[in-house]
Design a binder for this molecule. Structure first.
Ligand code: AHR
Length: 658
């Protein structure tokens, strides 16, 4: 965020001759609490969000378990695929034997995720499980190479590993490239053509400099961007991948914990969901699994919100007669109970012990669990109901999140909300990927929701601009405007998560997304900044903020496209006002600070502005800061009202200090 410091006197703020829009901020009437979970993040392994994204592994198909076992690998010389390896759930490995002539080489190269990218002078941990099946010693040469051969020598760095004996062991070595490369390869080959054979399994390459310096950890720049968002809740692992295309490919959290070498591979449905963006090499290794998700929640200070399969596979892809029968529902319920034990159980419990073994004896303090993603029709409540009693009986404090289906309104939505109320879901997950007009029309969406029913979790949303406009400024402005309605209704809206979170520029299937990257760089979108402005200015209590007509500003007729909300931040005593001007004209506004004592007044305002003259402006790898918040400080003289100008098409957050 850029900081511009301006000193201005309140009186000097009168800018135009037209009548100002009068707003009254009732400072002495704090209302509903704003839940600390209010502004959060939604993570799904879509767009190479996990493997090839947040999970910093650089080797694709590291365990040779893709259905085409050598996908991502180029082999040369005497390479044989075998399937009796040391890891039960990932049994494949390769055997390197002599190429048959002293001049010839045996080995393999990995292409990485859109290339193996490394930076000059950085350190990378290479590891491999290996043995010499016939005994004795053999030497491997490990290189990161530039396949384009722009430089004279291909290798950016090289190390040797001596493999000894018939037992499988993990070998590690550190590589430090002398050049930066975006689309390199990892090459491994026998140092001498005539040496004894070597078996290789689970070939891995990670930067040493990961998030929090954890070996085998997360990409630092991406995790840092999540941290900088200050999210209150972290929803994982999706999305549609929770459901699976079929029973075998549904997301099973138990496959994602324990040693990474033995986490079985799963298909990623996003490799084939859209045939215009088809990625046959997109799988889930689960290196980023449930333990890592909980750990990341803790790192970024967000409440974890796992979403589990409700015993239904994707309803878009399967007819009702292909669904999982109710007779099998118990094992799905047991998975949910076991997950809560994994997160919260003490170390004497079966799953609490697994967590402790992985390095976290303390509980993760799970408070929420979602059951089902985008489900609809009576089959959903039927499958959901058997989860409720066992969870509530064993874990009465856990809040259960149900679903209202894939649409923001309509038949499924209208059917499911009353069903969720009947089943006493604690929260209901709503999804809306909608165009500009929809966002502009929803300023009062939550004003009339039943206050006695479940709370709202706006679990997936983003403005999908008409005319194939994706992460442009105007979409972010629409989201900012809409979010004033979430904030004003904080008594019923408990959490909201923009979606999806991540996208690789070479590997996306879905856009818009909040954070984009290639293998080395990343940038936040304008929508990211909207989320950040809300999440870093959440306040603790809603304050009434009304126009001259005693109505909130919700973009209604006669309100000139203005949307506004306000909160009190109890720890600092500051009043935070958020206003989006979605109209084409600059507008003067006067904020009257009602309810203050006679001698009290506002002395300063920190004003953060998100604006672009070009509604289509987008950030990019080349221009990551084209749309970025600007901050200024304004001095006021014990003011009880303040007039300022709101430029056209602008979102502003004001923090007022008494
Ligand atoms: O966010 C992308 C997808 O949109 C999610 O997987 C799904 O829940 C929704 O349809």
């Amino acid at each position: 965020m850029r900081l511009i410091t301006l000193a201005a006197i309140a009186a000097a703020a009168s800018l135009t001759a037209t009548a100002a829009t009068e707003l009254t901020l009732q400072t002495n009437k704090p209302g509903a609490n704003v839940a600390p979970t209010m502004y959060g993040i939604f993570f799904e392994d879509i767009n190479y969000g996990a493997d090839g994204g947040l999970y910093a592994e650089k080797i694709k198909n590291r365990s040779f378990e893709f259905p085409q076992n050598l996908m991502g690998w180029y082999t040369f010389g005497g390479v044989e695929l075998r399937d009796d390896g040391p890891f039960e759930r990932n049994p494949h490995y390769v055997r390197l034997s002599t190429a048959g002539h002293r001049e010839k080489h045996t080995g393999l190269e990995n292409e990485g995720f859109f290339g193996v990218s490394v930076e000059k002078g950085e350190k990378y941990d290479f590891s491999v499980w290996a043995r010499t099946p016939e005994g004795g010693d053999a030497t491997l040469r490990i290189q990161i190479i530039d396949p384009s051969m722009r430089e004279n020598k291909q290798a950016l760095c090289e190390q040797k590993i001596k493999v000894s004996g018939k037992e499988w062991k993990k070998y590690t070595v550190q590589l430090t490239p002398d050049r930066t490369i975006m689309k390199g390869k990892l090459r491994i080959f026998l140092a001498k053509p005539d040496q004894t054979p070597v078996d290789l399994e689970h070939v891995s390459l990670f930067p040493v400099d990961t998030w929090k310096g954890r070996p085998g950890g997360l990409r630092k720049d991406l995790a840092q961007k999540l941290y900088d968002l200050h999210p209150g809740v972290f929803r994982f692992p999706g999305g549609c991948i929770v459901e699976g295309t079929d029973t075998a490919t549904r997301y099973q959290w138990k496959n994602t914990v324990g040693p990474v070498e033995n986490r079985p591979l799963n298909e990623n449905r996003w490799h084939y969901t859209f045939d215009y963006r088809f990625f046959p090499d997109y799988f889930q290794t689960y290196g980023l699994g449930f333990y890592e998700y909980f750990q990341l929640s803790e790192d970024i200070g967000a409440e974890p919100l796992p979403i589990l399969n409700v015993g239904l596979i994707c309803q878009y892809q399967n007819d009702e007669d292909q669904q999982i029968p109710m007779s099998e529902i118990d094992k799905y319920v047991q998975d949910a109970l076991d997950l809560i034990e994994f997160a919260n159980g003490d170390t004497s419990t079966t799953w609490g012990a697994v967590r402790a073994e992985m390095g976290h004896p303390e509980p993760f303090n799970l408070k929420y669990i979602g059951i089902g993603n985008e489900q609809w029709d009576p089959i959903y409540p039927e499958h959901l109901e058997p989860f409720l009693k066992p969870i509530r009986t064993k874990y009465p404090d856990i809040k259960i999140v149900g679903s209202s289906g894939p649409n923001s309104e309509g038949k499924e939505f209208d059917y499911l909300w009353p069903e969720m109320t009947r089943l006493k879901a604690d929260l209901v997950d709503e999804h809306f990927y909608r165009p500009e007009e929809w966002f502009l029309s929803q300023g009062r969406r939550y004003d009339n929701y039943d206050r006695k029913g479940p709370k709202v979790f706006a679990g997936e949303y983003a403005c999908h601009g008409k005319g194939k406009k994706w992460n442009h400024f105007n979409a972010a402005l629409m989201e900012a405007a809409f979010m004033t309605g979430l904030e004003r209704n904080a008594d019923i809206v408990e959490m909201a998560t923009y979606a999806p979170l991540f996208a690789h520029v070479d590997g996306w299937q879905w856009q818009p997304d909040m954070i984009w990257y290639d293998n080395l760089n990343s940038y936040p979108t304008a929508s990211y900044y909207v989320q950040q402005l809300y999440a870093t200015n959440p306040g603790t209590r809603v304050l009434p903020l009304l126009g001259a007509d005693k109505q909130p500003l919700t973009g209604a007729d006669g309100q000139n496209g203005l949307f506004a909300s306000a909160v009190l931040d109890e720890p600092t005593g500051e009043y935070i006002v958020k206003i989006a001007n979605t109209g084409d004209d600059a507008q003067e506004i006067t904020i009257n600070f009602a309810g203050m004592k006679k001698k009290e007044g506002i002395n300063s305002a920190t004003v953060t502005t998100l604006h672009s003259d070009d509604l289509d402006a987008e950030n990019s790898l080349d221009n990551p800061a084209r749309v970025i918040p600007q901050q200024e400080q304004i001095a006021l003289e014990n003011a009880q009202n303040w007039t300022t100008e709101l430029p056209a098409r602008t979102f502003k957050v004001y923090r007022f200090k008494k």
